[in-house]
Write a protein that binds this ligand. Structure first.
Ligand code: SAM
Length: 267
């Protein structure tokens, strides 16, 4: 399975820490809206550092548990929690038969996966009838209407660079239709966009974007997607407390697997 960020090193760990700092509050709020119940069995796909799994494990009481998975488990292997099990799992591969999770969560994973239909079907296949799915995925649209021309150009280049790699930065808006097409009931879709500047108060967003730029801007310049001068200007904006910048929007889609028509065991 191909994944655009290939290095799982300390730099990537710090980038994932910034991603979690930015997205955890919104994600936890959406999970609270679902109404997690003690005793639930939960699955996380592409867990990164596992912050969502660890939060979930604290909501489930002594009987519940979380299967925390990723394509690459180096960052989660050391999680030591009585209700968390860590497993290597590729969501492009069919899940083991007869999984019956009450909740499956995938955040910032789906847009990286070329065959998103297969991945969505696999995720749906892990959930019991009546069970819940939460996808949290980016949608680039706010960055395209930012006040700073260079910020817009940078994200347009980013979008095109992503398209070449089958990464879809409009995935956030596409998830509900994709899940509905495979029979899920869509409960809610909500987005969060952070407006941030170059001050300490915006640390999570600044750190995330700076570290993401460190990882991808040079290849984007080398491959002709972005002018070097634009890259330099974009870095300068990240340090400017007077420049308020639009982040990407992250849409949270909450879906439920219908109960079988006979009201029971089905699917
Ligand atoms: C951008 S990170 C997000 C990490 C975490 N979900 C978060 O939001 O903090 C994407 C994660 O998805 C994982 N990933 C990529 N392709 C995957 C696949 N096919 N199956 C499972 N995980 C995958 C990567 O290893 C990486 O940890």
């Amino acid at each position: 399975m191909r994944y655009a960020i290939r290095k799982y090193d300390e730099t990537e760990r710090r980038r994932l820490e910034a991603l979690a700092a930015l997205l955890d509050p919104f994600t936890f709020h959406q999970l609270k809206q679902i109404g997690i119940e003690p005793g639930w069995r939960c699955l996380e796909i592409g867990a990164g550092l596992g912050t969502v799994s660890q939060w979930l494990a604290e909501q489930l009481g002594e009987q519940g548990d979380v299967l925390c998975t990723d394509l690459q488990t180096d960052f989660i292997a050391d999680i030591d929690h009585p209700r968390i099990q860590v497993e290597k799992r590729d969501i492009t591969q069919p899940p083991p038969e007869r999984e019956q999770f009450d909740l499956a969560v995938a955040r910032a994973v789906h847009h990286h996966i070329p065959d998103r239909d297969a991945a969505a079907r696999n995720l749906v296949g892990t959930v019991r009838p009546g069970g819940h799915i939460l996808y949290v995925e980016p949608d680039m649209h706010p960055a395209f209407c930012d006040d700073h021309p260079v910020w817009k150009r940078l994200w347009q280049a980013f979008f095109q660079w992503g398209e070449r790699r089958d990464i879809d930065y409009y995935t956030g808006r596409r998830v509900p239709a994709q899940l509905a097409a495979i029979g899920m009931d869509i409960v809610s879709v909500r987005g969060e966009t952070v407006l941030f500047n170059g001050s300490e108060a915006s640390k999570a967003a600044r750190d995330l974007y700076r570290m993401t730029f460190d990882a991808v801007l040079q290849p984007m310049i080398d491959q002709g997607f972005l002018a070097k001068s634009d890259s330099e200007e974009a870095y300068a904006l990240l340090d400017n407390p007077e420049a308020w910048l639009m982040s990407l929007c992250f849409f949270a889609t909450h879906a439920r697997k219908p109960l079988a028509a006979d009201g029971g065991e089905g699917q």
